[in-house]
Design a protein around this ligand. Structure first.
Ligand SMILES: NC(=O)c1ccc[n+]([C@@H]2O[C@H](COP(=O)([O-])OP(=O)(O)OC[C@H]3O[C@@H](n4cnc5c(N)ncnc54)[C@H](O)[C@@H]3O)[C@@H](O)[C@H]2O)c1
Length: 324
């Protein structure tokens, strides 16, 4: 094992830049190659991180100096690029969602199993300190028996580019920012045993608005309400949790990142509301922490913090929501 694993980042758009920063400040890995079909991004990123730069990601995958690959591409490319990378013997961190269907997830799982490499998901919000603290409070019984979870998301305007094509994105808002709500729901309340949704448009037209009902294995109920119909440019997300003895309110980590701070990160109700101090980082730090945990898993040959089966389950739940 080298002192620092050589990392290649494929896709240098919004999140690819955060992956590069995360690896650059990580212990045990460093960026050595970047790839994107956008030549300007290749030039600027390879200059900033002193890496090789490729316009064709096949060349990055084949490069012997690359041991770990981050896939930061539009969703429909996750499956072919992940499979090519694992067949080349590379460890892979895939951005959410794992793929655009359960069938594709299974192709990735099969390829990863025979390649004996480590493949994990970038579900960064479970590394956000206020989410971690909320889970600790729930698990310790601080709110009694968890009964109700609401994950709210309102974005002021639909994201453009590849996200407007449901064949590329996998659907609409549920298959993009919605993904974070599904894995966060499982992280906080455990397995989801029943899911259904109403949407403004079918998946194949790319829904802009969805209300998802959840039933958890512990008997609790949940709601994900997500929409692109907020006032222009606004971003609002929040998590509300109710138990028999208390409640928690989390002002959204993405809203804070987007400049829409709506209050303290975490509040606890136990007869009165208290603002809880949660030391630690913000959304960008959660990406870096997620990357560090993945690097640690690769270096110690351990199961990644977010394994493939978790990425598959989230895609399965979204497909169940569309079906219901
Ligand atoms: N974890 C998070 O909070 C978070 C935030 C944003 C995006 N994401 C995820 O990250 C992934 C990328 O999203 P984004 O917002 O960075 O998208 P983006 O459009 O900003 O960047 C995608 C990049 O991929 C490049 N690309 C597309 N097709 C290519 C090809 N065939 N070969 C080489 N390069 C190609 C594009 O040129 C672009 O630079 C998605 O899976 C998305 O869901 C996650």
């Amino acid at each position: 094992m080298p002192d620092a694993l050589g990392v290649g980042v494929i896709g240098l758009g919004e999140i690819g830049q955060f992956h590069l920063r995360g690896y650059a400040r990580s212990r045990g890995a460093r960026p050595v190659a970047v790839a994107d079909m956008n030549a300007t991004l290749v030039a600027s990123s390879s200059a900033e991180y002193d890496t090789l730069g490729f316009h064709d990601y096949h060349e990055l995958i084949a490069d012997p100096g690359v041991q770990v690959i981050s896939i930061c591409l539009p969703h429909s490319l996750h499956t072919p690029v992940t499979i090519e990378a694992v067949r080349a013997g590379k460890h892979v961190l895939v951005e959410k969602p794992l793929a655009i269907s359960v069938a594709e997830c299974d192709q990735i799982l099969a390829a990863a199993q025979s390649a004996k490499v480590i493949v994990g998901l970038q579900h960064n919000q479970i590394f956000y300190p206020a989410h971690v603290r909320a889970k600790e409070l729930i698990d310790s019984g601080a709110i009694g028996r968890p009964l109700q979870l609401r994950l709210r998301l309102a974005i002021g305007g639909k994201y453009q580019g590849w996200r407007t094509d449901p064949a590329v994105a996998g659907g609409g808002i549920l298959f993009d920012a919605g993904v974070h709500r599904f894995y966060l729901a499982r992280y906080l309340f455990g397995e989801i045993v029943e899911v259904s949704a109403v949407t403004d448009k079918p998946r194949t037209d790319g829904e802009d608005q969805a209300v998802v009902s959840l039933r958890f294995g512990n008997g609790a109920l949940g709601v994900i309400d997500a929409s692109y119909h907020g006032p222009a440019k606004m971003f609002d997300d929040a998590v509300e949790i109710v138990g028999t003895e208390g409640a928690l309110y989390l002002s959204g980590v993405e809203a804070e990142f987007e400049g829409f701070r709506t209050g303290p990160a975490l509040r606890l109700y136990d007869g009165a509301w208290h603002d809880l101090r949660v030391p630690g980082g913000d959304w960008a730090d959660s990406v870096a922490a997620s990357i560090q945990a993945f690097v640690d898993a690769v270096r110690t040959d351990a199961e990644p913090p977010v394994p493939l089966r978790e990425g598959r389950r989230v895609v399965e739940l979204i497909e169940m929501a569309y079906a219901g």
